[in-house]
Design a protein around this ligand. Sequence first.
Ligand SMILES: Cc1ncc(COP(=O)(O)O)c(C=O)c1O
Length: 756
Amino acid sequence: MADACFGIRGTARELPAELDRNFLIEPGDGRRFVLKVTPGVRDFEELDAQVAALELLARSELAGRVPAIVPAAGGEFLVRREMADGSEHWVRMVHYLEGLPLAHLSVRPTSLFEDIGGWLARLDLALADFDHPGARRRIPWDVRRMLELADSLDLVEDHDRRELVAAHLERFERLVAPRLTELASSVIHNDANDHNLLVDSRGAGGMRLSGVIDFGDMIHTVTVAEPAIAAAYLMLGREDPWPAASALIAGYHAVRPLSSVERGVLPDLISARLCASVLMSARSRVREPDNEYLLISEQPVWDLLEKLKMSDSDDGRRAVDTACSGVHSAQEIIAIRRRHLGHNLSVSYRAPLKIVRGQGQYLFDDHGRRYLDLVNNVCHVGHCHPHVVAAGQRQMAILNTNTRYLHDLLAEYVLRLTAAFPDPLSVCFLVCTGTEANDLALRLARAHTGRRDIIVIDHAYHGHSPSLVEISPYKCEGPGGEGLAPHAHKVSLPDPYRGPHRGKDAYRLYAAEVERAVEDIAAKGRRVGAFMAESLIGCGGQVVPPDGYLRGAYGAVRDAGGVCIADEVQVGFGRVGSHSWAFESQGVVPDIVTLGKPIGNGHPLAAVITTPEIAASFDTGMEYFNTFGGNPVSCAIGLAVLEVIERERLQARALEMGDRLLAGLREVQHRHDLVGDVRGLGLFIGVELVTDRESQAPAADEAADIIERLKDRGFLLSTDGPLHNVLKIKPPMVLGADDVDGFLTHLDEIVARVKT
Ligand SMILES: Cc1ncc(COP(=O)(O)O)c(C=O)c1O
């Protein structure tokens, strides 16, 4: 027949197919064709529509990636043939499309799903203006006709399953059916299941979609059904189905942006397709009661329907929202950053994450994948806390000016904030960043003492302005640094695990170093002006100084007339659990305290709190004005943060969750030699990794590896410390017990597998 109709002679082998009979024809010259024989001649319009669409696509950018039609000897694409038994058929020939059906792939990277989404969008765009009477036909697989399938519900024997489908149908009727007319419609493929999607895994760019076959269900319907159908199939058999759908939708949306109505109905269209699948299968079972394959192939569809019903109905909406939230792929953003941002700004992870949404202790990437944020202490009361968001939004719509006008919120905020400090800390300056706060603290100290010399802790970081870089060993003694300023004097990091002094006298010996630094300054004919230290040390490696250290250090500095600055930018606002401020855990009261990061839960707000006496010394006649510091929006947000900390009892929670985490980490330490030290207070924790407990050889590569593996399992944290071997844990304070337990289980498994 291939020869007679199309002039192609070769070997023929029948291929599996549902309605048509398909034959692979190989002439032996490397070319391959598929001869398609459709029984009956009633479906001319339908076949003609397919042929016309494929013809159009063969002239589009998708040429070669959909089956190309081979004209018959007379130029026509459809040939009517009478068989020996008198039955009539339509016969056509297409080029065989190379590629492996997606269904045969066991490994399916997310990037492939994105590619599929983009591909289907290009297909829909290519068909956007195409129409044909044969595409405007009624088929049960038209998602618009979903409710018409309800009459097959009784064919589902199992009661629970019947209820399950009924529940999905009910949602469809309520939420989707009324909006169908608002949705864009066009001719679509309508059956992008994983047998019809072909993949090429040999290309340089990894796995790519090489083509789409089987246009047999092509119809004119709502266009958004295309990604919905493909998503439904990609989600099957997955523990967490939404990330797969989200990747596909992101790829689709980047090429053919989805309208808000389309986005709104997409999750329910996915369920609708699954319902159609099981109801059609129920119909088939009536015809073929002994076909066990039908039952087996249905199982993953039932599982997914169940999952979609059980899951938070917001999951789908969120997955779609996150997928549609940006139009730049991660790779594009990296390229843009490289071109337009300074290069000394690194991104986390070997394969950087594109984070598009935050909620509570979780972050979500552009594929809708959820991560537990264990490292961001800025979003103190949880990402996007509704009370904080509402406070900011409300005030932004009313007024945002500077502090030269009287404003209730400023008054209220400074009252609340200063009330949280012990006497005599009662005067505050509102600024915008931790750097500004520390810079101002230096000015206050200098104004008060008339001296510049300052003592700092080794490896400390206090900010990115010149005044702070030159006194931050972490910066000025690191790559690109110019060394400590002549007025800066450093003392050892008071690290009870790895530092020069350990054991019960360590606090005294570390404090004695401060005393010596005071003397060294005096020996140069000058006098110490200030001692600046974090009360728990972050960049130094999440170090908890030995009890009594700050008391000794503060004493030595004050005896010489200097002032003590506590940098609480990282550790304030109840993070340590036992107290509001980390300095309280050392039983001291500083002269100046600087606050940042958590104070505005992500809004740029920071503060300096000091004594009336020091503030008076700073009042030299030169005004201190900060354009944005203390504006009404910042004050509204700062107040809301304080309210949430109190209302949700977050300090107590930090203590409880911190203790749970520390206890669990100590068990991990007990089981694995890699964990050399576990330390922390509340939710400020460090886990130091060593390849050898005796020599304390740092396990930096292993730490980096663990961070990557934890990311793959949905946990975000980072490393710190002078030797880059400390896992830094400082999550939002809304962390829950399940979060802690899940993290510990995964960490334990990962540490067990890491080879040192
Ligand atoms: C202890 C400490 N102080 C000050 C700063 C500077 O804060 P910002 O980045 O808001 O200027 C940081 C920032 O990481 C910090 O960790």
